[in-house]
Design a protein. Structure first.
Length: 446
């Protein structure tokens, strides 16, 4: 993309309404625009990041054997009357009446709708196990929408639902989700720690939240510092292997790690003092096992192997896709702006032309721009007639991991400069070497 043709409405001033870094930076970098409290438009740069996160979430869900689909945002109230949640959910639910006087609602979650789909089409134990998910906008009329996309009223969530014949099957699904979530967050460049949590209005008897440690997080968390040393890394996972999935869950959840809702001072005191930590965290996902809580009242049964009807065992599992954009920025920024992890960056590299209008500099930039695109990379070329300082400030603000700086003086020696946003280190090299380096970083053509 050429910056002169792009829509990147960066702000010079720091918006007064933004209290935390991610909100400030998303507004300043022209990623979002508030439409009303807790409701945002995603401008082109923000939308690109959102799509990259969504893509990684899809890939990891499908890798775990879960099937993508799409349910509507508007739901009939009658489904929620069946489960008993229509009255129980409270003022967070946006209730709407259509022209035929039917009660509708903007979905805050989808347990009822997915249970209705499955009870209509799944009748035998042979159709199980089954896990369906979608990535769809949700609405919750939060009392205090704040921190930009971190606590919105309209927000994008991946929500998945498993249907199993018995508790053992549903426990495997729970553990499988935990593993797939760990992989997802690691690919996003984040460490999200599974912590024992409270089940809230979803209900159920087993649940973990995934928390990214950050001072601006809304949850208070208590943990054994050893939990921050474990990584899934590149290990091979067989998602069908129940023992392996359980092993990973045990490895990641055997040490103390809880949110304030389930925190227990007496148990925490057993952790050696030097390893006891109290901090704040951002909840970026949660998994639940709740057995037959929805299937029983909604009559979602299958014919078991002995011919008798059995209620489905279920769980539901959510990732806060739009909140993740903010969480990644909270975890990765400096005083100049955002520092995107390579896995989610909106553009792979920026090209800064130090002397726009100079024939040889322009043609070197055009060459690098064309070659990067030919390699399947997505560069942002700053082709504006601006001072170098202004161009650098924009690049630093929007946080592309790599910058190729091209100027007449360097070109005389056949060199451009490649700069890492994270370390600030620059290296001079030929344009070809810079392209080769970027290809290697992003794993293209290897
Ligand atoms: P919270 O405790 O933060 O209100 P929740 O526990 O009610 O969230 P879940 O039902 O677990 O939310 O939803 C799954 C995920 O969706 C959460 O882990 C979070 O990342 C995200 N999420 C929930 N509410 C919001 C919101 N208002 N804005 C943005 N993301 C949200
Ligand atoms: Mg939650």
């Amino acid at each position: 993309m050429r910056l002169t043709r792009y829509f990147l409405p960066v702000l010079k001033e720091t918006p007064a309404e933004a209290q935390i870094a991610s909100h400030r930076l998303m507004l300043r970098a022209g990623m979002i625009k508030q439409s009303s409290a807790g409701i945002y438009s995603w401008l082109p740069l923000g939308w690109k990041v959102l799509r990259r996160i969504e893509q990684i979430v899809h890939e990891e869900q499908m890798r775990a054997g879960h099937h993508p689909m799409l349910m509507p945002t508007l739901q009939p109230a009658d489904l929620w009357r069946e489960s008993g949640r229509y009255d129980a959910y409270g003022p967070e639910m946006l209730r709407i009446r259509d022209r035929g006087d039917r009660d509708m609602l903007y979905g805050p979650t989808n347990e009822e709708m997915i249970t209705d789909i499955v009870r209509s089409h799944v009748s035998s134990y042979r159709d199980l196990p089954l896990t369906l998910y979608h990535i769809q906008w949700k609405f919750r009329d939060e009392v205090r929408p704040r921190f930009g996309v971190m606590r919105g009223r309209e927000f994008l969530m991946k929500d998945g639902y498993n249907f199993d014949l018995d508790e053992a099957g549903a426990r495997h699904a729970y553990n499988r989700h935990l593993v797939s979530y760990l992989r997802t967050y690691e690919r996003l460049g984040l460490q999200a720690i599974p912590m024992r949590a409270d089940s809230g209005p979803i209900g159920g008897d087993d649940t973990h939240e995934f928390l990214v440690l950050a001072e601006t997080g809304e949850s208070e968390v208590f943990y054994d510092s050893e939990v921050t040393d474990i990584r899934l890394g590149a290990r091979e996972i067989d998602y069908d292997d129940a023992d392996q999935c359980r092993g990973v869950l045990e490895e990641f959840t055997s040490r103390y790690a809880r949110t304030d809702e389930t925190h227990d001072e007496a148990v925490f005191a057993e952790v050696p003092e030097a390893r006891r930590r109290t901090a704040r965290g951002i909840e970026v996902g949660q998994i639940f096992y709740f057995g037959t809580k929805y299937s029983e009242p909604m009559g979602a049964t299958v014919q078991g192997p002995d011919g008798k009807p059995v209620p489905l065992h279920m769980g539901s599992h959510g990732i806060g896709v739009s909140r993740l954009v903010g969480a990644i920025i909270e975890a990765s920024h400096d005083d100049k702006g955002i520092v995107w992890p390579e896995g989610v960056t909106p553009f792979h590299a920026g090209i800064v032309n130090l002397k726009q209008g100079d024939t040889s500099t322009d043609s070197a930039c055009e060459g690098i721009y064309a070659q990067l695109r030919a390699e399947g990379l997505d560069p942002l070329y700053d082709d504006r007639k601006e001072r170098a300082g202004a161009k650098f400030a924009t690049m630093d603000l929007i946080g592309l991991p790599w910058r190729v700086t091209v100027g007449p003086r360097g070109l005389q020696a056949g060199k451009v400069e490649l700069t890492s946003r994270r370390t600030g280190e620059s290296e001079e090299m030929s344009p070809e070497a810079a392209i080769a380096r970027l290809k290697a970083v992003y794993g293209v053509g290897v």
